[in-house]
Design a protein. Structure first.
Length: 408
């Protein structure tokens, strides 16, 4: 049983990093509650039809495997070198792990705001660490206040998309059209196929998400000849994805080759426009599609399309902790100490990223830690294995044991 004077932990998010934090709290006999706004692994499930670039060995830990085996000795994990889909990762690792929680996870509970009891953000009180956090939590029926001594924010960024317009703000009309625009990775080869087959689809973005979408559209077009994809990328390069020499993630390289071929060959019912910036979006009504105007290097162009997909990335929800003293980076919106440390490695591929040390996880707000993808803000180089190491380092600060190692 946890000690009566042990700090109470609130873990926000039941994804890979939140569940790893739970493993540490349980192993150290610290009282904790996990708050998850949806299902276990909610964000992975939203793009769950997509195969991860990284193999399973990079996305699981010895603690997680051990916890599952202690309850389900016959459970079989994917092979270490296999790249599985997001849904498969949830089914074969995260859900079995969550089943060992025995009531400590609160699904469908969203933490709306966090503050300190009796203090405002502007109060320079040297005793902030002695005041408990107050969490405004909403479930399916009501709102309530709960308290904690330590908060680990592992909520990620996938719930908050960025915008299509120039300068990172919404294009004219985008706010009104937002409910009809798809900003995530649509399952256009599966559940959503009928919504995209034999349609004209405009895709905005120049990263791996946009590349995945366009490659899938080309696959649909091979069977449904009136399917057409219009791909807009802000970057002026003629090839949207930069290939990494001797890429250790083979699935990522295969995607880059396929997407770049589609962009440069102008066949497979895909037309690519580099240096394009969306200026206006008009939703024409149900079953009537959109009118999209974009500025290209040659001229302003307008397309009438059936669907719009904005694969333009995501941004952290920092409104959650507006009343806490969190120093944010002015470019990435991640916590400043970590963002500063990452600045020196911004040109490194994600596979070469390493954890930056426990001190980079500290905020001016005592006992408040942002971990996982959200800690990187808009920096997309995050890998799960870095998040697992962040958890270990956060618990060295929570426990005061700089040599903490639960893998011994």
């Amino acid at each position: 049983m946890p000690k009566s004077d042990a700090p109470r932990l609130a873990i926000l998010g039941a994804g890979p990093i939140g569940l790893e934090a739970w493993l540490y709290a349980k192993k150290l006999d610290l009282p904790f509650t996990i708050y998850e706004r949806g299902r276990t692994g909610e964000h992975l499930l939203r793009w769950g039809h997509v195969r991860l670039f990284s193999p399973f060995a990079m996305n699981a830990t010895a603690l997680g495997r051990g916890a599952i085996k202690s309850v389900k000795p016959s459970h079989e994990f994917p092979a270490d070198d296999v790249c599985i889909t997001g849904r498969e990762h949830v089914a074969q690792y995260l859900n079995p792990l969550a089943e060992t929680l025995q009531g400590n996870i609160q699904n469908d509970n969203v933490v709306l705001k966090i503050g300190r009891r009796g203090l405002l953000k502007s109060d320079a009180d040297a005793g902030r660490a002695k005041r408990p956090f107050r969490l405004l939590v909403r479930d399916k029926t009501r709102e309530r206040i709960e308290e904690a001594d330590v908060i680990l924010d592992c909520t990620g960024t996938y719930a908050q998309h960025r915008w299509l317009g120039d300068g990172g703000i919404p294009a004219v009309g985008e706010l009104q059209a937002e409910p009809q625009i798809a900003y995530g990775l649509e399952d256009i080869l599966g559940d959503r196929k009928l919504q995209y087959a034999n349609r004209t689809v405009l895709v905005v973005g120049a990263g791996y998400s946009a590349a995945t979408t366009v490659c899938n559209l080309a696959q649909i077009a091979a069977e449904n000849q009136t399917t057409w994809g219009i791909w807009l990328a802000r970057d002026p390069s003629s090839t949207p994805l930069r290939r990494i020499p001797n890429d250790p993630l083979r699935e990522r390289d295969r995607l880059a080759v396929r997407a770049n071929n589609l962009a440069t060959r102008s066949d497979d019912n895909v037309e690519f426009h580099s240096g394009a910036v969306v200026e206006a979006i008009e939703f024409l009504g149900q079953d009537r599609g959109f009118r999209v105007t974009a500025r290209t290097p040659e001229k302003s162009r307008t397309w009438d399309v059936d669907r719009v997909i904005g694969n333009v990335g995501f941004t952290p929800d920092t409104n959650l902790y507006r009343e806490l003293q969190v120093h944010e980076c002015y470019t990435s919106l991640g916590p400043m100490k970590l963002a500063t440390a990452l600045a020196g490695s911004k040109d490194l591929d994600c596979t070469k990223q390493t954890c930056q040390g426990a001190d980079t996880l500290r905020n001016p707000e005592p006992n408040f830690y942002v971990l996982g993808a959200k800690s990187y803000g808009r920096n997309s180089n995050f890998l799960m294995r870095v998040g697992f190491e962040q958890v270990r380092e956060a618990f060295t600060l929570i426990t005061g044991d700089a040599k903490l190692n639960l893998y011994k």
